[in-house]
Design a protein around this ligand. Structure first.
Ligand SMILES: Cc1ncc(C[n+]2csc(CCOP(=O)(O)OP(=O)(O)O)c2C)c(N)n1
Ligand SMILES: [Mg+2]
Length: 306
């Protein structure tokens, strides 16, 4: 049983997020971990509007709104400006959606990570371009219907593995987190804030009732189910090499898929394809964390002890 949070809330009521918005909850939890000495850099995305229209805001920390592609470049600049003013203890956070991270902001992110810029980059992933009406991104998973992958044209390519890509940059810290596991999420953000050499990356799974087609009271439940079926495992990668797995799912993916309108068209064979991919990726992850072994063909098997 988790303890009640008694610190100051840096996100207030009165925001304009949809009912049950996972991205809104992600921000509330992240700010609890970050504290008020934080500057957010937010590109075009749902979060560019959720806080409200100027001069009203639901956020009690400064925000720099920036162009869609430039989160990591702008965050680098804010860090340099704060350092020039001697404000070394203020944390800079790039806060972007999946489209702004996996796609359009990708080169700026890769470049900032390579330069070793000192900020935390948080991607809240709702698996599509939600603010503009649910267009598919490279974070949209296989099997999804969106407004740009409608009807029989549902997405048949896999979700890009952004944490693996960050790990390949040998980033000091990369981790996945979920709105359904607030203690884990807050601990990871605190850990990221405590590391001051190089960029730190957190990938937060943020369910979206509006874009995914489930009742708004199930945002946390949906996110929990994604972890419980290993579709979105919780893990950390230190220095791009040392993996720690923080979740152990044992449920099939079918329940998670069936509860969402975006997957309603899937047939048994499609769901079997998704399940096989999830199982394969899960074992591969365990392999990287050293809790599974692989053969020379790259096939991975769990170690007997796990
Ligand atoms: C250069 C540019 N192209 C397109 C847009 C329009 N646009 C604004 S928000 C958005 C979707 C953002 O998607 P994502 O980053 O996943 O965040 P979400 O809306 O899902 O929170 C788009 C396409 C823009 N603002 N700038
Ligand atoms: Mg999105």
């Amino acid at each position: 049983m988790s303890e009640l949070y008694e610190g100051e809330e840096l996100m207030s009521s009165g925001h304009v997020g949809c009912p049950g918005c996972g991205a809104t909850l992600a921000m509330k939890l992240a700010l609890r971990a970050l504290g008020d000495k934080t500057v957010l850099v937010i590109p075009a995305c749902c979060w560019a509007i959720i806080a409200g229209g100027y001069p009203q805001t639901a956020l009690k920390v400064p925000v720099l709104h920036t162009g869609f592609a430039t989160t990591a470049a702008a965050a680098s600049g804010v860090r340099a400006a704060l350092d020039a003013r001697g404000e070394h203890d203020t944390t800079v956070v790039g806060w972007a959606g999946d489209g702004g991270t996996f796609d359009i902001g990708f080169q700026a992110l890769s470049a900032a990570v390579e330069r070793g810029e000192d900020f935390i980059y948080i991607c809240y992933d709702n698996e599509a371009y939600m603010n503009t009406g649910v267009q598919r991104s490279s974070a949209t998973p296989y099997g999804t219907r969106t407004t740009t992958s409608p009807g029989e044209g549902w997405k048949r390519t896999e979700k890009k593995n952004i944490v693996e890509i960050m790990a390949a940059h040998r980033i000091p810290y990369a981790a996945t987190a979920s709105i359904a596991y607030p203690e884990d999420l807050e601990a990871k953000i605190k850990k990221a804030a405590s590391i001051r050499s190089g960029t730190r990356f957190i990938h937060i799974y943020a369910s979206c009732p509006t874009g995914w087609g489930f009742p708004s009271q199930y945002a946390v439940k949906t996110a929990r189910m994604a972890v419980e079926c290993n579709l979105f495992p919780l893990y950390e990668v230190e220095d791009g090499l040392r993996y720690t797995v923080n979740s152990r799912g044992d449920q099939p993916c079918a329940g998670y898929l069936r509860m969402q309108g975006r997957f309603r068209h899937l047939e048994e064979a499609d769901m079997a394809h998704i399940q096989a991919r999830v199982d394969e990726e899960w074992l591969r992850l365990l392999g990287k964390a050293g809790v599974a072994r692989s053969d020379q063909a790259g096939r991975v098997f769990p170690s007997p002890s796990h």
